[in-house]
Design a protein around this ligand. Structure first.
Ligand code: SF4
Length: 361
């Protein structure tokens, strides 16, 4: 199969749903890590095709919503400065900081620009040598190679008015944080196909073994997701705990060696705060010392920014699969996409926003 339509074909989807029903003997809780997969599940009603014994819970894999409030506030502080051109992917502009968002900074006259790649931001820096050009480097392992390449090229081409505001997060430490929690209910994982396209899935193998939890690398279309669930349930029913690859049309065990190499050359692993969850050890990327001249946090004099999440928001439980969005008392009332209180409602890929959009109440 090569085309999207084939992965949305009704007969194929129903065939796999029947296979899941046949294999399911016990109740199982499975988490899809990625917000894109959550969105597909709710949008296409895939969870409703599953036997009642299978519960899908939604993980912390939405890059927009896990970017910590402190990073948003830092972005806003930098973008508000004179002489700065602040570049970002468009979906970060509406994410609320403590007082306002980047779009408000733009409305107030700040030079905030939407770009489609960090290379576009680098080009803007070349064309505007008298301005400081900052790119908001957020996301998981998927966006890290492009951001690393931008810093690498800036160094090679001696472009000194370019920098990155880095807020990268990594998937395997988040899986470990979920599995090692005493409250954990997750028995199997669907790992995100695009992250594994970059990194491969070797890092997941010790986790599957240590926590006796199957991990199936899975794509994003309805058929992908149901095949991933089928492979995961089969393992659980057979008491196997391996890493399997449903998304073999894109993912190889070793990943993309060139992408991994450039990430390692420019970034190093560090602890990172996740919005709604808190600090997860060794779960983020920061620029290496040899690239510190491109670190926006070092270039700009920013006040120590401290933030707190609203008390009624249970996003720490939603993002770890312990509660579902509609179990939050604020869901659809004081918390809506136009007025999000917490991380999973902030972006359309967040679990609370997906439930709200597709009316799961
Ligand atoms: S509905 Fe809103 S307040 Fe409740 S967990 Fe989701 S983001 Fe937080």
């Amino acid at each position: 199969m090569k085309f999207v339509d084939e992965y949305r074909n009704k007969e194929n989807v129903q065939r796999v749903a029947r296979a899941i029903k046949e294999v399911t003997k016990h109740p199982w809780t499975i988490m899809e890590i990625c917000g894109g997969q959550t969105h597909s599940i709710i949008r296409f009603g895939l969870d409703e095709l599953l036997p009642k014994k299978i519960s899908l819970v939604h993980g912390p894999g939405c890059p927009v919503c896990v970017t910590p409030l402190e990073s948003i506030n830092r972005a806003i502080a930098i973008a508000s400065k004179e002489g700065v051109i602040f570049c970002s992917f468009g979906d970060m502009l509406r994410v609320p900081g403590s007082k306002k968002d980047l779009l408000s900074v733009k409305a107030e006259g700040g030079d905030v620009r939407i770009v489609y790649s960090p290379m576009d931001a680098l080009e803007i820096a070349k064309r505007n040598p008298n301005k400081k050009v900052v790119f908001f480097a957020v996301g998981f392992e998927t966006t890290a190679p492009g951001n690393a390449m931008a810093a690498y090229k800036a160094k090679a081409q001696n472009i000194n008015n370019f920098s990155l505001l880095v807020s990268h997060v990594l998937v395997p430490p988040a899986i470990e944080a979920i599995l090692s929690s005493k409250q954990n209910k997750v028995q199997g994982f669907l790992a995100a196909g695009h992250v594994c396209t970059v990194m491969g899935y070797q890092e997941y193998e010790p986790l599957a073994k240590k926590y006796k939890t199957p991990i199936v690398v899975t794509g994003f279309e309805p058929l992908d997701i149901l095949q991933g669930v089928h492979m995961c349930v089969k393992q659980l029913e057979e008491s196997r705990y391996e890493v399997e690859n449903q998304y073999s049309r894109s993912v190889h065990r070793q990943g993309n060696s060139k992408a991994i190499e450039i990430i390692k050359q420019v970034f190093e692993v560090s602890s990172r705060k996740w919005r709604g969850i808190g600090v997860i050890p060794q779960s983020g990327l920061v620029l290496r010392k040899s690239f510190s001249q491109f670190d926006a946090e070092k270039i700009f004099d920013l006040e120590d920014i401290k933030t707190s999440e609203p008390k009624e928001c249970i996003s720490a439980l939603v993002l770890r699969g312990i509660k579902k969005p509609h179990e939050c008392s604020a869901f659809g009332k004081s918390c809506r996409p136009d007025h999000p209180l917490g991380a999973p409602m902030v972006s359309s890929e967040g679990a609370c926003a997906a439930y709200y959009r597709y009316k799961r109440r």
